[in-house]
Design a binder for this molecule. Structure first.
Ligand SMILES: [Zn+2]
Length: 429
């Protein structure tokens, strides 16, 4: 771990003065690029607001004579990263081998899950809460300062809010229809009355078309809260949505969550994106995964301002190949990056997701940085400017170890076999 310079440490109390961080290079997803480079911030109430960023001399002048300087040689300075789709509460379970079948994987996760009645039990409550707190700690350690987190549990929401992360806690909602959808519908009503804690707000997440039905999606679409869902993740999901049968129906029957009249909502041979259309027209949704989408689906998602949260290493873990994220970007879809849960690959690092895509697909580094910052904020319904070094923005600031001699520090960071070291210099919340 890189050690903060004395100037940085002395100023952590936040005295309102300018701090100029000077690194081997500076880069954001909004076009700021300089090597060497600097970022000047003014700390107010624990939040660092950008004064200027770019070439060192320019930033020095903008910061004024009273500024404090902190040198970070061999470090690339970037805004805090955004994880648009994660399940921090599962962190306590740890990495798990894939059982080779998605339905078996759902059962594996459920086997670790406390019964709803047990959630009143302080032991099980602590289990989830500690997992979320650990997940938040690992996120911050990886330079992720903003998250779209998924949970059903209030203690998890509070643990994430108290961790120093900002973002959206999406409330997971289940139930294909009455009576199984009743708790979800009541929860949506309650969420509208609840106020946010710290820098985490609420969102709604009907879990997926095979686990939440039209009544839940409709209520989420009507709400003013941000909305997300898992979509087009597996061939089994496509089959269930198109015909109402297959392994997902069998699982619902096994769980006593199925009634035969539910099948009517899944009988028109639609794709998941087409199934979502009545809800997509109401607001911009963030759709996790989208591993299986047609050209027509892409046009539909682009036309309804949907975002996609792509989780590259999780997709690989589940055996999905040839994700169309570049086609999605070309179609004008806002594609953000997520890690999904720690079960899939043992990491909550968005930089590792960027490195995966650069090393696998040679995707343009600036595109990856935009996906990991600006696009993530858009997906969460937050101001994308606040993941850039634009004046007055509040992106936080991270320092990533790099070869100070390299001509392109970002490309060098994405190319290395070993994960770079990351330090959070300024928080975003
Ligand atoms: Zn997920």
């Amino acid at each position: 771990m890189y050690t903060k310079s004395p100037a940085t440490q002395n100023d952590l109390s936040g005295n309102g003065g300018a701090v100029v961080h000077i690194g081997a290079a500076v880069r954001d997803g909004g076009g700021c690029r300089a090597a060497p480079g600097a970022v000047a911030v003014r700390r107010e109430g624990g939040i660092a607001r950008v004064l200027a960023a770019g070439p060192v001399d320019f930033v020095r002048r903008a910061a004024g004579k009273s500024a404090i300087f902190a040198e970070h040689p061999d470090r690339l300075l970037m805004p805090g990263l955004v994880n648009a789709h994660t399940h921090l509460e599962l962190t306590g379970i740890g990495p798990q081998p894939y059982p080779g079948c998605f339905i078996e994987w759902i059962k594996l996760v459920r086997s670790h899950w406390p019964n709803p009645s047990d959630l009143l039990d302080p032991v099980n409550g602590d289990y989830l809460q500690h997992g979320a707190a650990e997940g938040a700690r690992l996120s911050l350690e990886a330079g992720v300062l903003t998250v779209g987190d998924l949970t059903r549990h209030r203690q998890v929401y509070r643990a994430v809010a108290e961790s120093g992360l900002r973002g959206v806690s999406y409330i997971e909602l289940f139930g294909l229809g009455p009576p199984y959808d009743q708790p979800a519908l009541e929860r949506i009503d309650e969420a509208a009355q609840e106020s946010q804690v710290g820098s985490m707000g609420f969102g709604l997440e009907p879990h997926a078309p095979y686990s939440a039905g039209p009544s839940v999606y409709e209520a989420a679409a009507r709400s003013a809260l941000p909305a997300s869902t898992h979509l087009a993740e597996t061939p089994d999901e496509l089959r269930f949505v198109a015909r109402g049968d297959g392994p997902h129906r069998d699982l619902l029957i096994e769980m006593n969550k199925w009634r035969d009249d539910f099948a009517a909502a899944y009988a028109a041979d639609r794709t998941p994106a087409q199934w979502m259309q009545p809800y997509l027209v109401r607001k911009p949704w963030t759709l996790a995964h989208c591993n299986y989408v047609s050209d027509e689906d892409l046009a539909l998602l682009a036309g309804h301002r949907a975002s996609v949260a792509y989780c590259p290493r999780a997709s690989d873990y589940f055996g999905h190949r040839d994700h169309r994220y570049r086609d999605m970007l070309d179609a004008g879809i806002n594609v953000a990056l997520g890690t999904d849960s720690i079960l899939c690959h043992g990491s909550l690092s968005i930089l590792d997701e960027m490195r995966c895509l650069y090393q696998r697909d040679a995707t343009d580094p600036d595109t990856l940085l935009k996906m990991a910052t600006v696009n993530g904020m858009t997906a969460l319904g937050m101001d994308p400017k606040n993941a850039t070094f634009a004046a007055e923005a509040t992106p936080g600031l991270i320092a990533v170890s790099c070869d100070g001699e390299a001509s392109d520090a970002l490309k060098q960071v994405l190319s290395t076999a070993l994960a770079p070291e990351i330090e959070v210099l300024e928080s975003a919340s």
